[in-house]
Ligand binder design. Sequence first.
Ligand code: PSU
Ligand code: MN
Length: 302
Amino acid sequence: MSDTTLLLSEEVREALARRRPVVALESTIIAHGLPRPRNLRVAGELEALVRDSGAVPATIAVLGGSARIGLDKAELERVANDDSIRKLGHRDLAPAFAAGASGATTVSATALLAARAGIRIFATGGLGGVHRGWTETQDESADLRLLARTRIAVVCAGVKSILDVPATLQRLETLGVGVVGYGTETFPGFYLSSSGEPVDWTVHTPDEVVSVIRAQDALGGPEAALIVANPVPEAEQLDPDLHDRVLTEALDESRARGITGQAVTPFLLEYLMRRTEGASLEANLAAVRGNVQLAARIAAAM
Ligand code: PSU
Ligand code: MN
């Protein structure tokens, strides 16, 4: 990728050159996952949390046809408030560059750009994955296959609970993407502390995560990501009964309205937020905050 399509902010470039800890952050959650005006505040908050935990934040987006690694205040504001900001998965990057378009990057696009920039640690809320009803729609997030080919560590609260979690875990196994639970023996459930599914490996400290990353590098082999699955604290999770009830409604509504493609995930997240009177939003934010802090500690431990 030429320098004109991958632009690092001064701060991120310097941090990488001096081997200081850097954490990549995605922008789709800001542009399409959170309501205005809270989204802009959250974007700033997440960057501050990374700094307070001793690392440099690199929020990633595409602006005017260039990939931007590290955004200033005005650029963050544009991602949060501009109606023309698209949602870009990794396959959308080339057309967006060519068209001079602007967009927020999903996990797949963010992971690709972060890895190209030399960033090893990435924090988000919940990954995309296999949607319920996959046998009919074949809807599987591009996040999974991209992570199977990209050497990055993603700290997340599992995969979004709107998905078919067991099927997603199965796909991650097939694709050879490593999964470790952080302080947990069950895979987190995004809004919920546990999805009820087991994880095969558990780590307890940032240093242990770094050991896995180093072993991955020493081993070589297929380039694949490491998923560090970090649960939202139980005290901050969404009430599981409320979650199950509203999610059933959301899935019915999405089907009835014929929502497809990129619109599915934002629709379901927004529906849950409305029908839980904001409780799902608080759980989502608690999860992201925890992930961002842990990612910064892992980056610092490296
Ligand atoms: N995590 C959140 N909120 C979000 C997302 C993740 O807490 O909005 C976004 C991520 O950018 C993820 C995307 O990559 O949802 C998945 O979308 P899709 O299912 O269309 O691939
Ligand atoms: Mn999809």
